[in-house]
Write a protein that binds this ligand. Structure first.
Ligand code: GTP
Ligand code: MG
Length: 136
């Protein structure tokens, strides 16, 4: 069965939304396979976000991701990669559709990075690569 990496980013953990986000994943019918609380090292984040290196939001993104603990979750289910991205909603929390995690729980805070609560792998290749990084 398919697996994806979900990260509850530091804003989600700091705002005590971990339970609410996990609840939505479980209510959708996906299975939590493994979970850990991580204070991510720069090296791990640089590998995770390698594709964004050089973009204007790259440095603020890495700084944000080191601002507090992250909850990393291995989630399983049929078409869970696509399904979780649908649950998460669009990247920009201001315009993410209501009903989604970002649309219901996120907003713009006037910072250099979009604090959008969650990450979900975007393809089977990304999921395999990211799960190996976060659940080594
Ligand atoms: P998708 O755009 O649907 O792929 O969502 P994503 O969460 O996978 O975003 P992506 O991989 O494109 O970018 C990684 C993270 O960088 C996002 O979740 C945001 O936190 C941040 N980010 C992405 N694009 C922007 C941007 O244009 N401006 C700012 N300030 N932050 C961004
Ligand atoms: Mg992405």
């Amino acid at each position: 069965v398919e697996e994806t990496l979900v990260l509850i980013k530091p804003d989600g953990v700091a705002r005590s939304l971990t339970g609410e986000i996990l609840r939505r994943i479980e209510a959708k019918g996906y299975q939590l396979v493994d979970i850990r609380l991580v204070e991510a090292e720069l090296e791990l984040l640089a590998q995770h976000y390698a594709e964004h290196q050089g973009k204007p939001f790259y440095e603020p993104l890495l700084e944000f991701m080191q601002s507090g603990p992250i909850v990393a979750v291995r989630v399983a289910g049929q078409r869970v990669i696509e399904g979780f991205r649908s649950l998460a909603g669009a990247t920009d929390p201001t315009t993410a559709a209501p009903g989604t995690i970002r649309g219901d729980l996120g907003r713009d805070w006037g910072l250099k990075v979009q604090q959008n609560l969650v990450h979900g792998s975007d393809s089977p290749e990304s999921a395999a690569r990211e799960l190996a990084l976060w659940f080594a």
